[in-house]
Ligand binder design. Structure first.
Ligand code: HEC
Ligand code: HEC
Length: 154
């Protein structure tokens, strides 16, 4: 019989627990949650400026950390738009332009389709350059880590 009594006490206190929580809530007035966009602005406010980052000055490229790494962009990309009809990056990086602009020509790998066939111009899957290439910045790591440059580049 003792166990049954114990169970009754347990069940009753479980049932009453939410009630005591409600009472505690009543003491504090309800505070509305402040909703924010991912960019930290009010959700009903205007769109935050997407170019809200520091454009680094043109400097020497930071060396790659592994050979397959898309090289970082060592110059500003402000105003370098990539649209359906025009790709500003190719204005300098195309094989037909690199000699006069002094830019590195796009890699040969950028002319391959996903299935491995070769194109005579930039492959659609490499068209949106900034999907892979980002402007470089000398930012310190946010989290301590033991990352080391790949063997082949040490
Ligand atoms: C006005 C000409 C110009 C435009 C436009 C331009 N670049 Fe460049 N880019 C250069 C030059 C010149 C270099 C070489 C700089 C150096 O090696 O010091 C370079 C270097 C680079 C590199 C480093 C290559 C390496 O060898 O490590 C990358 C990556 C790159 N650019 C990507 C881009 C992307 C992506 C865009 C478009 C958003 C772009 N560039 C637009 C002129 C340009
Ligand atoms: C899907 C990812 C991806 C996209 C999109 C892409 N790249 Fe690359 N890019 C790479 C990788 C990875 C490398 C390094 C390995 C290689 O050469 O393929 C590279 C290498 C380069 C290099 C260095 C070539 C060299 O000889 O050292 C340049 C310059 C470059 N890309 C420019 C561009 C430009 C300009 C565009 C847009 C027209 C572009 N990339 C689009 C991934 C990408």
């Amino acid at each position: 019989m003792k166990t049954r009594n114990l169970m009754m006490i347990c069940v009753t206190s479980l049932l009453l627990a939410p009630l005591s929580l409600l009472a505690a809530n009543e003491a504090k007035p309800f505070e509305p949650v402040k909703l924010q966009t991912l960019r930290g602005t009010d959700i009903s406010g205007p769109e935050a400026n997407s170019e809200n980052f520091k454009n680094e000055r043109d400097v020497a490229p930071i060396p790659r950390d592994f050979v397959q790494q898309p090289p970082l962009i060592p110059h500003t990309t402000k105003g370098y738009n990539i649209t359906k009809n025009f790709n500003k990056c190719m204005d300098c990086h195309a094989w037909s332009r690199y000699k006069e602009t002094g830019a590195t020509k796009v890699s040969l790998t950028h002319f391959k389709s996903r299935e491995g066939s070769e194109f005579s111009n930039i492959s659609p899957r490499r068209y949106f350059c900034t999907q892979c290439h980002v402007p470089q910045t000398d930012a310190k790591p946010l989290v301590a880590n033991k990352f080391q440059r790949a063997d082949g580049l040490r």
